[in-house]
Design a protein around this ligand. Structure first.
Ligand code: 16G
Length: 238
């Protein structure tokens, strides 16, 4: 291992981040590992560590066997914490938004009712919108809320952050169970997300609970796979 390993990869990460913000274009390749080793006078391990951190930062992405490229500025790296869409986007220095919002009161279908601990047919509020980062579409989001959780005039205006709105009502999301699946978009979804039909996407389903274990939302988001990734800290169990 080369000396001052930590200092070197942090310095490299900062330098490459600065190069990206001062003009490298999205999808432009970074120099090869070998070139980076020579330029920075560091080991392959240091280069790999710096690049891995830049991937976690959402600034670059790597293609196996091909190299490392500058990420699209609208790339979001999602961690395991229970955050809102708005928080995820703000963390990357972008502005969250929502468009094509539709709100309806409906009787709950059996699966939604089960997840929300309601009887089938109980009233729910269904909120559907396209979520954006700096105006670019990132996902189609659908949320079902127990109708008695929110006031009757809920979402008559556009809701920007649902979690902020719930928080104003004294409802704080505490934990969630979430499932992520790979999928492709259909023609209608492709138009909403501004991608080609059958492009890759992540389908993410979440049931969120308040501190008293009451289910407060069932949510489904369909994320563009080219603008979203999931980054986890994982620990080897005992
Ligand atoms: C995310 C959540 C959704 C939540 C929303 C709140 C997933 C799959 N979905 O989209 O459950 O309602 O964030 O974001 O993670 P907001 O406060 O910006 O509206």
């Amino acid at each position: 291992m080369d000396g001052n390993y930590e200092l070197k990869y942090e310095a490299m990460r900062a330098q490459i981040a600065a190069d990206i913000s001062s003009g490298l274009k999205p999808h432009e390749p970074l120099p090869s590992e070998r070139k980076l080793m020579a330029t920075y006078g560091v080991s392959r391990m240091t280069v790999r560590r710096a690049l891995a951190l830049l991937v976690d930062d959402g600034l670059v992405y790597s293609r196996r066997g091909s190299g490392t490229y500058v990420a699209d500025p609208a790339m979001i790296s999602k961690s395991l914490s229970l955050t809102s869409f708005s928080e995820d986007v703000r963390e990357r220095g972008m502005t969250p938004g929502a468009r094509s919002q539709q709100v309806r009161r409906l009787p709950a279908e059996a699966d939604v009712a089960a997840d929300l601990a309601l009887s089938p047919g109980a009233p729910v509020v269904h909120l559907e919108r396209v979520r954006t980062a700096d105006g670019l579409p990132l996902c189609i989001e659908e949320v079902w809320l127990p109708a008695d959780l929110v006031p009757a005039n809920f979402a008559e205006g556009a809701v920007t952050s649902l979690y902020d709105t719930l928080s104003d009502l004294g409802i704080e999301p505490e934990m969630a169970s979430q499932t992520i699946r790979a999928t492709v978009v259909n023609v209608e979804q492709a138009t909403q997300l501004d991608v080609a039909p059958h492009s890759a996407a992540f389908s993410v389903s979440r049931t969120t609970y308040a501190a008293n274990a009451r289910p407060i939302e069932r949510a489904h988001s369909l994320y563009r796979a080219d603008r979203y990734d999931f980054t986890f800290s994982i620990h080897r169990g005992a």
